[in-house]
Design a protein around this ligand. Structure first.
Ligand SMILES: [Zn+2]
Length: 371
């Protein structure tokens, strides 16, 4: 199993300078060889391979000695990225699409990670420190233990200026939880993020709404600052920091909840929601984006795979919230989202909307599993 761990870095000023240099050199290499490919394509309708360009880079480095200062494998990865973009371009042309040629990387592009490949002991993780090619030991917060063989380390800087290293490892053994036999159904909603068939409620983050309001205010302020001014760049960092906070708040929940569920249950049944269709409904759109169901399902899916737990997706047309969990009577009135509680006209069972739906999803999921 391959697994990545991301660590926050606290580089010394020389180290951050070298990282900036590496970002620049990678961009330079990408653009240089992209130009070469474009020329070759326009003049001779010929494509240049990654290996030819790899070879040629030795010569380029002799001409431009500053390229030698930075991690050589990062430059190679840059050519690899270019090659992938190029292959993708040709694949789409073959399929009859009209894609744009891969684009030059701009100096103002904030997304500028570079990937250093492991060779020998050039990448190592210690307590509070990480060894990276050319940079040496960089102080970092090692929150997780790195297991397995290290493949690569990707160094990045986010828009608010923080540095990170994402260490990718292979042959990571996943600790198996005790095999839980418990089964659960999940009803996902807007009021609560999810309600389980065991009546557990997982809340939506109200904090997110608060942060979003603040974000709107900061963005308004940013738009009033003069272009190119010092104040504008300060305001931009503030906006970037808040964006970061919002995405942290989200990903915190999106990681913890699936982990908790996979620990507790052996079979998890969910609705196969079509988030894209639902987002088209604008009233619901913002809250659906906030609660980020699709990301949640993705996380749940791969955690279930790791732990060999069953994840069952119930058809989205299954009327989980309208059926009586006791007798199976279909109550069309419960289709209305505002109906929170209802009593079955046939068997007089009392239902809470979400728990009843979750129990129905569990029932249907188990039926599908046995079929
Ligand atoms: Zn009933």
């Amino acid at each position: 199993m391959e697994k990545c761990c991301k660590f926050r870095l606290y580089p010394l000023s020389e180290q951050s300078q070298l990282m900036q240099k590496t970002f620049c050199c990678c961009r330079f290499v990408f653009n240089h060889y992209l130009a070469q490919r474009i020329d070759a394509y326009k003049n001779e309708q010929k494509s240049i391979s990654r290996f030819e360009q790899d070879k040629e880079m030795t010569q380029l480095k002799n001409e431009l000695v500053w390229l030698k200062e930075v991690d050589a494998t990062a430059l190679q990865s840059s050519i690899q990225n270019l090659d992938a973009a190029h292959q993708n371009f040709f694949r789409r042309v073959k399929q009859g699409e009209k894609p744009g040629f891969p684009r030059f990387k701009s100096k103002h592009d904030n997304k500028k990670p570079y990937k250093g490949k492991a060779a020998g002991k050039n990448i190592q993780v210690f307590e509070g420190k990480i060894k990276l090619p050319k940079l040496g030991h960089v102080e970092c917060r090692t929150s997780k233990k790195v297991e397995g063989g290290i493949l690569s380390a990707t160094v990045s800087q986010n828009p608010s200026g923080k540095y990170f290293a994402s260490v990718c490892c292979t042959d990571v053994e996943i600790l198996q939880h005790e095999s839980a036999n418990a089964k659960v159904g999940l009803d996902m909603g807007l009021r609560d993020f999810a309600v389980t068939s065991d009546s557990d409620e997982f809340e939506n983050h109200k904090r997110l709404a608060k942060s979003r309001k603040k974000l709107a205010r900061l963005q308004r302020r940013l738009s009033r600052k003069a272009k190119g001014s010092q104040n504008r760049s300060k305001a931009r960092v503030k906006v970037a920091r808040l964006h970061e906070k919002i995405s942290n708040q989200r990903s915190d929940m999106l990681h913890k909840l699936p982990a908790e569920l996979v620990k507790r249950y052996g079979v998890i049944c969910i609705e196969d929601l079509q988030v894209k269709n639902m987002v088209k409904n604008h009233k619901l759109a913002k809250s659906i984006n906030d609660v980020a169901w699709s990301e949640f399902v993705r996380q749940l899916q791969y955690k279930c795979e790791w732990q060999r737990k069953a994840l069952v997706k119930v058809d989205k047309f299954y009327p989980s919230s309208q059926l009586c969990g006791e007798c199976g009577y279909k109550n069309a009135e419960a289709k209305d989202l505002s109906v929170r509680k209802w009593t079955c006209p046939q068997c007089s069972a009392n239902h809470g909307r979400d728990v009843n739906a979750a129990q129905n999803i569990l029932k249907e999921g188990l039926r599908m599993l046995s079929a």
